[in-house]
Design a protein around this ligand. Structure first.
Ligand code: PMP
Length: 457
């Protein structure tokens, strides 16, 4: 690549970008940004602009950019053994070491990990394991999966179905018929103003119970959920939610699958979101933070209870009929090993908790009482500023005004990146765990300035 290569033109002519208006991009009506470098919490683009990345890429560059330890581990692995597969009992030093490191960190009742490439395929693996399990247990009718409106679990046919966002279904003939969506735990959008958090939890539980009753518990295999809803709007569960939901699931022998793709490896200030909320999942999905996105790698973690069935299933059915060429890719695994070591050495999980709490406090001080801010919420290194047309009624802004996009655009002009959450009027933050208090201050100041510039005042 030469400095003078017309990359901008090549980009418009050749590249179909995800989550992008394809026609507008090709016609030059969508801004393009070619990113060339990163260091700590910052990225740099081809025009020399530097940004404080308040979203860690797509909540994945958890240890920050430019970590030489990880780059060197990747290079060393590529030189020594760039690839070998994991089929029929094969492995590499890196993949075996990483499996051990993951299971050392996972909750005690978890047993083993299956490696994939990204969050979508790891969720796909977990769906297949759940179905396989119920076939082996002699209950082939117990296959439906309940996920939640606003949940995000991926973009594949099955995982896109689990995702509870209309944009991921419309025009793709989704969701597939085995998937049902129950209510989102979005207290800000509670059905009645006077509801307390506890009452809202009771309402959500009753909605779930009615769905299970309607469908028949004997047809429902699993409940799929992120500990904190991410892409759906950065939404923390209301008080008492997880214990109450788990009670229902246990009663009906429905598995709990915790999608920890965003929350895994420290984002909530604990190693896993399940730990944070006292969840006891039967399966877990991990990706992003496993390698801090230095290389693609994901995992499907099964509990001892699931493992026991898989063990029995193998004796009955033979080898597992499921695998990707790149399962446990050694370069991804080497990145994962170096990444998890770094997280421990620098206590980045502790930092995510500490600086995340600081960010939320400062954001609340700056914007908590602002007339067009309905709520500031956060947990660990996740923070959300919910915009409103009217604070007293919590009415959503007119979508035609595109206020969230305007706020985030203003911030970008000022050198900081937040995410206009695509399915809510929410300015979202998910910074790298190495964020400093001074950088948190900068995010807050520039958010407040952008909100004031867009709404006035
Ligand atoms: N689950 C969750 C909770 C996610 O946030 C994402 C991605 N944002 C996925 C799954 C899918 O991961 P990927 O894009 O790597 O397939």
């Amino acid at each position: 690549m030469l400095k003078n290569d017309p990359l901008e033109q090549w980009d418009r002519e050749n590249f179909l970008h995800p989550s992008t208006h394809l026609a507008d991009f090709a016609r030059g009506n969508v801004a393009q940004r070619i990113v060339t470098g990163g260091e700590g919490s910052h990225i740099v683009d081809r025009n020399g602009n530097r940004f404080l990345d308040g979203f860690a890429g797509l909540y994945c560059v958890n240890v920050g950019y430019g970590r030489q330890e990880i780059a060197e581990a990747i290079a060393a692995q590529a030189r020594e053994l760039s690839y070998y597969h994991a089929y029929v009992g094969h492995g590499t030093e890196a993949s075996v070491t990483l499996a051990k490191m993951i299971m050392d960190r996972a909750p005690d009742h978890m047993s083993k990990v299956y490696f994939g490439l990204g969050g979508s395929d790891a969720n796909e693996t977990n769906v297949k394991l759940v179905w396989y399990m119920n076939n082996i247990l002699g209950r082939p009718e117990k296959k439906k999966i309940i996920s939640r409106k606003r949940g995000y679990h991926g973009s594949g046919l099955m995982t896109g179905s689990l995702t509870g966002l209309p944009m991921w279904h419309k025009h793709f003939d989704l969701p597939l018929p085995q998937v049902l969506h129950t209510e989102a735990p979005y207290y800000y959008q509670r059905p009645r103003e006077a509801m307390t958090e506890r009452e809202f939890t009771a309402y959500l539980v009753s909605e779930l119970e009615q769905m299970i009753e309607r469908e028949g518990a004997e047809t429902i295999a699993a409940f799929w959920a992120e500990p904190v809803l991410g892409t759906g709007g950065i939404i923390m569960p209301p008080e008492g939610y997880w214990p109450a939901i788990q009670e229902v699931l246990e009663k009906h022998d429905i598995l709990l699958v915790a999608d920890e793709v965003v929350t895994g490896f420290g984002r909530l200030g604990t190693m896993f979101g399940s730990e944070h909320y006292g969840m006891k999942p039967d399966l877990m999905t991990i990706a992003k933070g496993l390698t801090s996105a230095y290389a693609p790698l994901s995992g499907s973690i099964v509990s001892e209870k699931v493992w026991k069935v898989l063990e029995e299933a193998a004796d009955l059915t033979g080898a597992l009929g499921h695998g990707w060429t790149y399962s446990a890719h050694p370069i991804g695994a080497a990145a994962g090993v170096a990444n998890l070591r770094l997280i421990d050495e620098l206590d980045l999980v502790g930092n995510a908790g500490r600086v995340g709490a600081y960010l939320k406090t400062r954001m609340t001080e700056a914007l908590g009482d602002y007339p067009n801010v309905g709520e500031v919420r956060g947990e660990g290194m996740l923070c959300a500023v919910e915009l409103t047309a009217d604070r007293s009624t919590r009415a959503a802004p007119d979508p035609a005004d595109k206020v969230t996009a305007k706020v985030v655009g203003h911030m970008m002009q000022n050198g900081v990146i937040a995410r206009a959450m695509p399915h809510a009027e929410v300015v979202g933050f998910a910074p790298p765990f190495c964020l400093t208090e001074a950088e948190a201050d900068e995010l807050v100041e520039k958010t407040a300035a952008a909100v004031r510039a867009v709404f006035g005042g």
